[in-house]
Write a protein that binds this ligand. Structure first.
Ligand code: SF4
Length: 325
């Protein structure tokens, strides 16, 4: 069976920022995303994991063109949107939405929930009359597990989980096909994280949504993702279908991340691999394989000199490591 045509496809995507080091320091370049090629098929979830500062949120924002890329291409539904102006992007924007980490910060505290959700309908002209607008808002609130009588309330009158439901209703209002979910549960109480994750899964099944699910919690990513991409210092270092990645990770960085993740099955308990130090600065990344200063199996004269390319070690399982086999 051939793979479905990707809904989203990036090729050699780079998002670099010019920064000044200190008040009078020299200008430098932060390579937040540095040559990333990913695909997301219709109805698929690609989980994006890595430590904070590895570039995953920047990648999520770049594919939606909330940040302009420095190099490479982004295609959505077969259309190259890399260089489209913001006005010509507008019809496409409807199809690509975002759910944010902090549902409170992303909702205007002065707006009633009715207007937060209704604004998206207004911008894209998706309700032809006030009564249709109201009916759509109510249906969206019910769809995400809220009540229609909560529409007149303000964000501060809701709990964190309910606010995230409002954020999801706002994203759904424009009938998207693709959603970047940027750490959508990490600001929520553990007790309600599962409810939001299950809501996202139900919506995917019902509406055929595709997700780029950005998270640092590997257990959640395994639960929601069909495929996973692991990022380190702006690059994808391993990507594979979830069972392949979680069952037989090949990259030393992925192995270390997995060894630190809690597992409900004691039989599957992994030996903890403790990584030395923090993620190096993307302003001045290490030579060769950027992971080499922290890698427990790095080979001198190879890993510190030559950057490894992504290789397909098993069907659909790609790894950027000289020594992985
Ligand atoms: Fe470690 Fe070398 Fe593989 Fe990089 S290329 S992950 S340093 S073994």
């Amino acid at each position: 069976m051939t793979d479905p045509k990707p809904l989203l496809e990036t090729r050699d995507l780079r998002t670099w920022f010019d920064v000044q080091r200190g008040l009078f320091g020299k200008r430098a370049t932060v390579k937040a995303v540095d040559g990333v090629s990913i695909t997301v098929a219709p109805g698929e979830t690609l989980g994006l994991v890595g430590e904070s500062g590895c570039g995953k949120s920047t990648l999520g924002r770049t594919v939606l063109r909330l940040i302009d890329p420095t190099h490479g291409t982004i295609a959505f539904d077969g259309v190259d949107i890399t260089a489209q102006s913001q006005s010509s992007l507008r019809p496409m924007r409807r199809k690509m939405q975002m759910i944010f980490q902090d549902p409170y910060a992303s909702l205007d505290p002065r707006m009633r929930v009715r207007d937060i959700v209704g604004e998206a309908l207004d911008i894209h002209g998706l309700a032809s009359s006030p009564s249709e607008r109201e009916a759509k808002i109510e249906a969206l609130l019910v769809r995400v597990g809220l009540r229609p009588d909560q529409a007149p309330r303000y964000p501060h009158e809701f709990s964190g989980g309910q606010r995230q439901r409002v954020g999801i209703a706002r994203a759904l209002a424009v009938e998207p096909r693709f959603i970047v979910a940027d750490e959508p549960i990490s600001a929520l109480d553990v007790s309600i994280q599962a409810q939001i994750v299950n809501l996202l899964k139900d919506l995917q099944e019902e509406l055929g949504l595709a997700y780029l699910f950005v998270a640092h919690d590997l257990t959640v990513v395994e639960y929601v993702s069909h495929r996973v991409a692991v990022m380190y210092l702006g690059k994808v270092v391993e990507t594979a279908p979830s069972p392949s990645l979680y069952g037989d990770a090949k990259h030393p960085y992925t192995k270390a991340l997995l060894s630190a993740a809690p597992t409900p099955d004691p039989e599957k308990k992994r030996t903890r691999i403790v990584l030395q130090g923090d993620v190096p600065s993307p302003i001045n990344p290490p030579s060769g394989c950027a992971f080499h200063p922290r890698c427990p199996i790095a080979k001198k004269g190879l890993c510190d000199v030559e950057a490894p390319a992504l290789r397909e070690l098993r069907p659909k399982h790609h790894v950027a490591c000289h020594l992985a086999e």
